[in-house]
Design a protein around this ligand. Structure first.
Ligand code: HEC
Ligand code: HEC
Length: 487
């Protein structure tokens, strides 16, 4: 039998804690190593259709429609440790991971919190909320300047050193906030959503909370403790019970756009868009490390299928009528095809174009889905960090620090706004590499990319169009946008 997420969900119906579902995933970078769990056939009665709906209190309006963040078991307990202040600065996980913002936080909501509290909400802590830990926050005007990266782009300052074993040194620092040094680089990063976590292959943008040989569950237990000690400035670690409760809470959540203002219901006429479609489509997506990998599925041996998103396939034959709603649905359907099939000549992506497993091709012919390959979820199904060039000096915006890194062996230098994975491995080859993130619930949580480089999904599309000279037609751009907004 196929031991998939589906099977395990059905065995544990209704699932209160879904953490176990992911216990079969053992992480190993760079490629294609995994362990399979023992997985028994489900009992006969448990194979009945899984029908969960999203209750109204798990839906949240946003400018494009409604996002749902839901627990298939039906309840979201707002009283658990995820929502409690467990450190010394008043923050909780919920300070930066919010239900109405796709489990991340957006600049507009951060600005509203700033205005309502005159910049004194616990979110506005200098430990990692301000541009520099030494920033002056004595007046309202000072606070507005001190927290500008958080207010404008929803960016948190992650402080990491050049590792001791690094193949490079820090040659120069150009930090507009006069803080960063080799012992603590300032890396401005978006809070990743604490939802759909069962599809993760690595934890954090740079995979730093992923330990080889660990399950994702073990990684998340460690991560929740680090988050409490750093973001919340706790002086003692979480208890095992607190960490367990937080991880059980966050791994039970699923998020997707639920309703679009124009296309309206996203799970209708046979489609499986939105969040909890009638069959609870998202929560029952099969997943394991390496599923649908372009180098071949490690479990089934199946070749890569570029048709990664199949959410709206049924609409090809079931859509009827005319008018704005129908047109919007048709556009989403076409956008799904653009995502799955529009040819992209991938060049200069470290991790792919220099990867012997792919034959180190100067040009890798692919689609959006070759990197976003997890079926109907869109993250990279292996822990293979990639450098799209987002941290290159040429794309630096003046609000970002710029670091000059010097290769100890070759004396070569490179300038980046964030060394990414290289600060974890110390490897020159890992500079600028980040994981391929989950693409669900996008509409609820702008801006995009690890550094908020793209303010909108249109900016994301424009980035790719320029970066890979794709030459989307105006129609393709509009359709791809409609599709991304529907995820
Ligand atoms: C001050 C804001 C802030 C607080 C508070 C916070 N986080 Fe985060 N969280 C972030 C940022 C920023 C990242 C991404 C950082 C990176 O990858 O370098 C992140 C990443 C994560 C991830 C990784 C998800 C993935 O896709 O890899 C998890 C899980 C997570 N946080 C859980 C928690 C938990 C649990 C708590 C409470 C104990 C918490 N966070 C508190 C800002 C915050
Ligand atoms: C070469 C591999 C690759 C290709 C091709 C690719 N992506 Fe990505 N995508 C990534 C990686 C890696 C990231 C994270 C980059 C970062 O933030 O540093 C990303 C990030 C994103 C994000 C941001 C998500 C978030 O949470 O911030 C979106 C949206 C996205 N990609 C959509 C697309 C679309 C649409 C296409 C096709 C036009 C595409 N991608 C093609 C690898 C790829």
């Amino acid at each position: 039998m196929r031991c998939s997420l589906t099977t395990i969900v059905k065995q544990r119906q209704p699932p209160r804690s879904l953490a176990l579902r992911f216990a079969h995933i053992a992480i190993a970078t760079p490629h294609l190593l995994f362990t399979a769990s023992a997985c028994a056939d489900p009992p006969e009665e448990a194979t009945a259709a899984f029908s969960a709906t999203v209750s109204s209190d798990q839906q949240y309006a946003n400018s494009l429609g409604t996002v749902a963040t839901y627990d298939p078991a039906g309840v979201i307990d707002l009283g658990g440790p995820f929502f409690q202040s467990l450190g010394s600065n008043g923050r909780s996980c919920f300070s930066c991971h919010r239900l109405d913002q796709g489990m991340s936080i957006t600049p507009s909501s951060i600005q509203a919190r700033f205005t309502a509290t005159r910049g004194t909400d616990p979110l506005f802590a200098t430990v990692d909320g301000s541009n520099s830990p030494n920033a002056d926050i004595s007046t309202l005007t000072a606070r507005r300047a001190a927290f500008s990266m958080l207010l404008n782009k929803g960016l948190i300052r992650v402080g990491l050193p050049i590792p001791a074993n690094a193949e490079f040194t820090l040659g120069a620092v150009d930090d507009p906030y006069h803080f960063a040094s080799a012992s603590q680089l300032s890396l401005f990063r978006r809070p990743l959503p604490t939802t759909n976590l069962g599809f993760l292959t690595t934890v954090m943008w740079d995979g730093r909370e992923t330990t080889a040989g660990n399950t994702i569950d073990a990684d998340l237990l460690a991560q929740t403790n680090t988050a409490t000690l750093t973001h919340a400035q706790a002086t003692t670690p979480l208890t095992a019970a607190q960490a367990r409760a937080i991880v059980d809470f966050e791994t039970a959540l699923f998020t997707g756009q639920y309703r679009d203002n124009v296309a309206q219901e996203l799970a209708t006429k046979g489609s499986n868009g939105g969040a909890a479609a009638p069959s609870d489509f998202l929560a029952t997506q099969p997943f394991y490390l390496g599923i649908n990998d372009p180098l071949g599925d490690p479990r089934t041996g199946a070749a890569f299928n570029p048709m990664v998103f199949r959410l709206y396939d049924a609409w090809a034959s079931t859509l009827t009528g005319a008018g704005p709603k129908n047109q919007a649905q048709q556009s989403i359907l076409r956008g799904q095809t653009v995502f799955n099939t529009k040819p992209i000549a991938i060049t200069g992506v470290a991790g792919l174009n220099d990867n012997p497993a792919f034959g180190s091709p100067a040009i890798l012919r692919g689609t959006c889905s070759i990197c976003h390959d997890t079926p109907n979820v869109g993250n990279h199904s292996v822990g293979l960090p990639l450098n799209l060039g987002l941290t290159d000096a040429a794309r630096r915006t003046p609000d970002m620090p710029l670091y000059t890194l010097k290769n100890l062996a070759t004396r070569a230098t490179v300038q980046v706004t964030d060394p990414g994975r290289a600060l974890i491995t110390g490897k020159w080859a890992d500079i600028g590499k980040f994981k391929g993130p989950i693409l669900r619930g996008l509409a609820a949580r702008p801006p995009y990319f690890h550094n908020g480089f793209a303010a909108t999904l249109t900016d994301v599309i424009n980035f790719y169009d320029t970066r890979f000279a794709i030459r989307f037609t105006a129609q393709e751009q509009a359709d791809l946008l409609a599709f991304l907004q529907s995820l």
